[in-house]
Ligand binder design. Structure first.
Ligand SMILES: [Cu+2]
Length: 146
């Protein structure tokens, strides 16, 4: 293998491992399905936080693969099982829980592989652990685009 072909192959490998953000059909990615990475801080003050957003909000495409990368910091109270915050996705119109999106966080970093709801619309994330007297304020908007 020449140095050039090795370089090209390495580039292709890197491209295959990165997060494809292009429009569908734009570039054929190397076998990896597109994954949307979302990073959330579930903080000790009973608030969800997303870097760069004043009011945290998650927007996904219907049915897409989502990797949720969470850092959780303990508030004043937590569950007996050690869960310090929750993350439950509700459909706004009827507050119905979305299958597969009822998560519990332990202190520190954790990652979840999820599938976005197939139904576009407005959703809400709510915390399901009584994490402080401010727990009721721990929620954020979640939008599913068609
Ligand atoms: Cu909470």
């Amino acid at each position: 293998m020449t140095n050039l072909s090795r370089f090209c192959r390495n580039l292709a490998l890197i491209a295959g491992l990165s997060v494809p953000l292009g429009a569908p059909g734009q570039v054929a990615q190397v076998e990896a399905a597109p994954v949307h990475v979302v990073e959330v801080l579930a903080d000790s003050d009973s608030r969800y936080k997303i870097a760069g957003q004043r009011t945290p909000e998650i927007t996904v495409q219907a049915g897409e693969q989502v990797v949720l990368r969470v850092t959780a910091r303990r508030g004043k109270t937590w569950n007996r099982d050690g869960s310090i915050h929750g993350f439950s996705l509700l459909r706004s119109k009827d507050r119905a829980k979305v299958d597969g999106w009822n998560l519990l966080f332990k202190p520190g970093k954790q990652e979840f592989q999820l599938t976005a709801p197939s139904e576009p619309g407005d959703y809400e994330v709510v915390c399901t652990v009584i994490c402080s007297e401010d727990h009721e304020g721990m929620h954020m908007k979640f939008t599913v685009l068609p």
